[in-house]
Design a protein around this ligand. Structure first.
Ligand code: NAD
Length: 251
């Protein structure tokens, strides 16, 4: 019996990186997964929809399809996100801020808004959002990216409390540096320079993370194993957010 046997799950950003690893793991653990991305051509999911995770009509449609096809929704992983690159603070535009906030913060809120009512009707469910270590401190992304992810941490706290008594849990994961499509330029540059071994050296595990390590946390939070975990932002970052920067000693 899988850890998500019988569960109906929606995953956004499922075509790449963390979302793709989660799609594969959730399916392996027995869930029926509705996979969502901007393009879904090659997705090996029970159901795949091309949709914009930051657009209300699209999100409402995704949740509606899950309910129509499978009779409800038990777990949502609101994971789609964009980085927006590293544009210097004083050169950023309102349009760049709005787009990053739209996808990274308003998107997860829309998923909560539209999935929670379906979950309430069936007695509960689990909503997991992808935040970031960028939510916690500077230097893990640009200002709008960090602000959007800090907003996600606040969102899961306020949503968990707004949904009191419903059985709907809302949590977030704060990944550290994970090798995915989003971070490929960092890895490509380091490999080209021969400095790959330095990636991830700021955390006590002294390595970068893999998408399947975030998928494992998402699986736990989506499943009933986390039935008493609510309103929490769970850092999965090799210990990065536990430290202050320092010139590391060697053992
Ligand atoms: P990724 O680029 O490999 O995957 C992100 C996916 O989201 C892509 O398939 C993309 O097409 C999709 N997407 C983007 N905007 C969308 C939209 N409007 N509608 C539908 N789909 C959309 O990157 P990833 O690292 O797997 O990112 C997943 C999440 O993890 C993001 O929220 C990201 O901010 C977060 N995150 C990543 C890292 C990291 O180091 N990779 C660290 C912290 C947080």
């Amino acid at each position: 019996m899988g850890r998500l046997s019988g569960k109906r799950a929606i995953i956004t950003g499922a075509a790449s990186g963390i979302g793709r690893a989660s799609l594969l793991l959730f399916a392996r653990e027995g869930a029926r997964v509705l996979a969502v991305d901007r393009e879904v051509a090659a997705l090996d999911a029970a159901l795949a929809l091309a949709a914009d995770a930051g657009d209300e009509a699209s999100v409402a449609d995704v949740v509606g399809r899950c309910v129509t096809e499978w009779g409800g929704v038990d777990a949502v992983f609101a994971n789609a996100g964009v980085s927006g690159g590293r544009i210097p603070l004083l050169e950023q535009t309102v349009e760049q801020w709005q787009e990053i906030l739209r996808v990274n913060l308003i998107g997860p809120w829309l998923m909560i808004k539209h999935a929670a009512p379906a979950m309430i009707g069936q007695g509960g469910g689990s909503i997991v959002c992808t935040a970031s270590v960028a939510a916690l401190r500077a230097n893990a992304g640009g200002s709008p990216y960090s602000a959007s992810k800090a907003g996600v941490v606040s969102l899961i706290q306020t949503a968990a409390n707004a949904l009191l008594g419903t059985g709907v849990r809302v949590n977030a994961i704060c990944p550290g540096l994970i090798e995915t499509g989003m971070t490929r330029p960092i890895f490509d540059l380091a490999r080209a320079r021969g400095t790959e071994s330095r990636i991830g050296q700021l955390n006590p595990l002294q390595r970068h993370g893999r998408p399947d390590e975030i998928a494992a946390a998402a699986l736990f939070l989506a499943s009933d194993e986390s039935s008493y975990v609510n309103g929490q932002a769970f850092a999965v970052d090799g210990g990065l957010s536990s430290t202050h920067p320092f010139a590391g000693h060697r053992r």
